[in-house]
Write a protein that binds this ligand. Structure first.
Ligand SMILES: [Zn+2]
Length: 238
């Protein structure tokens, strides 16, 4: 069963508790048949609390003090629903695993992954679902060091390199941030381009009407950006 569809029940709980006021929840409400998820009954955290929880988890991970190591804990409860407190837009890079980076377990994070950690329309739709239906209170766009997608885009922009297959589609999405970084002539272009790509996607999400932008305006949701250092494990906000 699709993870998302399997948890549409989460909306029914929120709608019952708070009233269906959001466009998204109103539109999705007819799809729900009243099943209540125990997991979604948890009180949502604030955006600030969500950010702090991520930071604390990353500190434990960097320090080798991760406490989420037995992923069988809570398995039965998770079968009934999900209530992730934060959403992460991460690169597909095999060295970047959001649940590990933030020392969280299954059910805690709603993760959208794609090479170059950018947000396209389908990714946006997923994030809308994570916020409006599942109750995520924070979206973090997470870049990382040594990103091959960013390096490839720099190469294409600077050298006109032609990539095979569908890879040019990725480059088109990453160009805005990379070109902005190149124009600034930074000492470390890869680092600057990685950070700029994060900022571009944070700005895109903040303006993404109606669902995300309205949730940000109401204070229910915040959008932040970070870069994960593969060598140290530390996430630095950008
Ligand atoms: Zn990457």
């Amino acid at each position: 069963m699709c993870t998302i569809c399997g948890n549409l029940v989460g909306l029914s709980r929120r709608a019952l508790l708070t009233g269906v006021t959001c466009v998204a929840t109103a539109a999705m409400a007819p799809m729900l048949l009243g099943t209540i998820s125990p997991a979604s009954a948890q009180t949502p955290v604030s955006p600030a609390e969500a950010a702090q929880r991520l930071a604390d988890g990353n500190t434990r991970y960097v320090g080798g003090e991760a406490r989420n190591t037995d992923y069988s804990v809570g398995r039965a409860a998770r079968a009934a629903g999900q209530a992730p407190y934060a959403s992460i837009v991460s690169c597909a890079d095999s060295r970047v695993a959001p649940e590990l980076v933030f020392d969280e377990g299954p059910g805690d994070l709603f993760v959208v992954r794609i090479a170059g950690n950018f947000v396209d329309e389908e990714g946006l739709a997923s994030l809308e679902f994570g916020n409006a239906v599942l109750g995520s209170r924070l979206i973090m766009v997470l870049g990382h060091t040594s990103c091959g997608a960013i390096e490839a885009t720099i190469d294409v922009v600077q050298n006109g390199t032609e990539l095979p297959g569908h890879l040019p589609a990725l480059i088109r999405k990453l160009r805005p941030g990379i070109e902005k970084a190149i124009a600034q002539n930074p000492a470390d272009l890869l680092a600057a381009a990685t950070a700029e790509n994060v900022r571009v996607n944070v700005a895109y999400l903040k303006a993404a009407t109606p669902i995300i932008a309205e949730a940000v305006a109401s204070g229910e949701l915040d959008i932040v950006g970070g870069v994960y250092d593969i060598a140290t494990g530390k996430v630095t906000m950008v």
